[in-house]
Design a protein around this ligand. Structure first.
Ligand SMILES: CC(C)(COP(=O)(O)OP(=O)(O)OC[C@H]1O[C@@H](n2cnc3c(N)ncnc32)[C@H](O)[C@@H]1OP(=O)(O)O)[C@@H](O)C(=O)NCCC(=O)NCCS
Length: 197
């Protein structure tokens, strides 16, 4: 023990402090298995709020994943926290709720539990919105309340406005959609979020 950990209910919990360095890096094709592994953690957590089930191989799987290295409209990212894998983001171009092909869409987004509530998710999202300027949509399952609160906070901090989400029902799933434009946003994150550039 180096004195920086603290004891909580008899369990040693590592100290959690804002990360020194958060990076959003494009995932190379040979990192597809890394994304696939991270996706399993994400899907397991989402199974709390969505009707998803393991396949007979014991994996959730994500059939569209290979498309992220095949189609020009898809962008896979890894989030690194102090050099460690900390999450991922899958971004695609083309609205999933309208026929607007210019709109950017956050398809999937995940931060590992170890790095949560430290500004990693908001910082990574801000970085991505700054890289891809233009109209954005973020779709969130109505049942995923923490994510809805997170996106509201992250988008409001980014835009400096209070963006009201719209309810959408698609393929039997009730979602809310946040729509905003990242074109005029300041080049750097605002508020307490770490600077990732
Ligand atoms: C949602 C998620 C990405 C948030 O990542 P994060 O790195 O913890 O988020 P941040 O630390 O940047 O949070 C920024 C703000 O969002 C809000 N927020 C984030 N997580 C929240 C939660 N679980 N409950 C309530 N508010 C939350 C807070 O206002 C927070 O600021 P604060 O910590 O100063 O109060 C992460 O919890 C996650 O990966 N969840 C599982 C997967 C998921 O649901 N993905 C989204 C799919 S649409």
């Amino acid at each position: 023990m180096n004195g920086k950990e603290h004891i909580h209910l008899g369990i040693m919990v590592p100290e959690r402090k804002p990360p020194r360095n958060v990076e959003v890096v494009a995932a190379a094709h040979d990192q597809e298995p890394v994304l696939a592994n991270l996706f399993e953690l994400y899907a397991y957590e989402l199974s709390d709020v969505a009707d998803i089930h393991l396949g007979s191989d014991g994996r959730y799987g994500y059939p569209p994943l290979p498309l992220y290295w095949q189609e020009e409209s898809r962008f896979p990212f890894l989030v690194k926290v102090n050099g460690y894998l900390g999450g991922f983001a899958l971004i695609s171009r083309g609205s999933q709720v309208s026929d607007n092909r210019e709109t950017w869409d956050v398809a999937e987004f995940f931060v590992l539990k170890r790095y949560r509530r430290l500004g990693v998710g908001a910082g990574a999202a801000h970085e991505i919105w700054r890289r891809f300027r233009g109209p954005w949509e973020v779709r969130v399952l109505e049942t995923n309340r923490p994510a809805r609160i997170f996106w509201q906070a992250a988008i409001d901090a980014f835009t400096g406005a209070s963006i009201k989400p719209v309810a959408v029902r698609q393929r039997g799933k009730q979602r809310v959609v946040f729509a905003f434009d990242s074109s005029g946003a300041p080049p750097r994150p605002i508020g307490r979020l770490p600077d990732h550039t």
